[in-house]
Design a protein around this ligand. Structure first.
Ligand code: SF4
Length: 341
């Protein structure tokens, strides 16, 4: 899936007092998407489905249009100072997605229409830290790109930060719905990162996101538009033929963007990990998943959030890291590998 067009939309009444709320309402009326009202996103009811699995799938195809009420931004260390609200949730179905556990009971996508108020708050955070630069991450609570054609919110944020001498934006995506961002006046103040993986991993574990070639092509367009660019290769997974596939990934990237001058090109490398809670949820939600979560192939690591997680055994992780660092060093000698975890 390249972009998300919902099957059902809920509106909070207050959203209709904002231009973006009105615009979205008119759009969905025009294209014939069923519209319902809800007093609050917490009270969304009536998502169809006679089993939990069907309800979950339908909820992922549902959009809730509302207001961001809390104007305190969460922190987003170490890669940014703050998480800037833009939306919550994602229509993708990545088996290992962190939203499986954090948004389990509310998997629908929520977008906010009070963007001016959010940007005003961002301005006050920038002001507080002057003359230091303040970085905002827009993808902490979901992927912000698949519905950009509906809201235009990212473009607003990008152009706003482009005008802020000390404001920076960053986000990560698995979607290629970025054409409307290519002419944004970003002024080099927004770093777009693509979450990429082998064709096998994307095909088997990342349903309802953009494909392997689509993401690489989108990254090429973003680089040509002069954005600071980065890649998150995650989760790195061991399966039969994985070494060849990761090599193919780096070579394909090189074919598409190797000839471009990309300032501060950066790679982040994250091996697959899971917790017991996540494993249970994934097995329930995607019972046919081929994702290997056999604890015997893993070692335990104490996680930041007070839970043990299972990562690859030391030798496997070392091989993974060495191989990818060498490939990146060979094909992208001026790029930096920010970390491997
Ligand atoms: S694209 Fe990102 S946020 Fe969306 S389901 Fe996949 S991992 Fe989760």
């Amino acid at each position: 899936m390249d972009r998300f067009d919902p099957d059902l939309v809920f509106f909070e009444p207050q959203a209709l007092e904002y231009p973006l709320g009105k615009q979205l309402y008119a759009h969905f009326e025009k294209v014939g998407t069923p519209i319902k009202m809800t007093t609050s996103h917490n009270r969304v009811t009536g998502i169809p489905g006679d089993t939990d699995a069907k309800k979950y799938r339908n909820a992922k195809r549902t959009l809730v249009v509302g207001l961001r009420k809390t104007m305190e931004f969460d922190t987003s260390k170490p890669s940014a100072e703050y998480a800037i609200p833009l939306a919550t949730g994602c229509a993708g179905h990545c088996h290992y997605c962190y939203l499986q556990t954090t948004l389990s009971s509310k998997p629908y996508v929520r977008v906010y229409v009070n963007l001016d108020e959010i940007l005003e708050r961002a301005a006050s955070y920038i002001e507080e830290r002057n003359p230091e630069v303040t970085r905002f991450e827009a993808a902490c609570t979901g992927d912000p790109v698949s519905f950009e054609h509906l809201t235009g919110a990212l473009k607003r944020y990008i152009e706003y930060m482009g005008e802020q001498p000390n404001g920076r934006l960053r986000f990560v995506t698995k979607f290629n719905n970025i054409d409307s961002l290519l002419d944004a006046k970003h002024n080099g103040h927004t770093r777009i990162r693509f979450s990429i993986n082998t064709a096998y991993v994307i095909r088997n574990f990342e349903p309802a996101t953009s494909g392997f070639e689509e993401r690489i092509e989108a990254a090429g367009k973003v680089a040509e538009a002069g954005y600071p660019l980065g890649f998150i290769i995650a989760p790195i997974i061991i399966y039969e033929g994985w070494q060849d596939d990761y090599k193919e990934l780096i070579i394909r990237l090189h074919e598409r963007i190797g000839h471009l001058v990309i300032p501060e090109l950066e790679f982040e490398l994250i091996q697959h990990r899971f917790t017991k809670v996540a494993k249970n949820t994934i097995e329930k939600r995607y019972p046919k998943s081929k994702l290997d979560m056999n604890e015997e192939n893993r070692q335990m690591k104490w996680g930041r959030y007070g839970r043990f997680k299972y990562v690859y055994k030391k030798d496997d992780a070392a091989e993974m890291q060495k191989m990818l660092r060498e490939l990146i060093g060979h094909y992208f000698p001026s790029a930096e590998v920010a970390y491997f975890v």
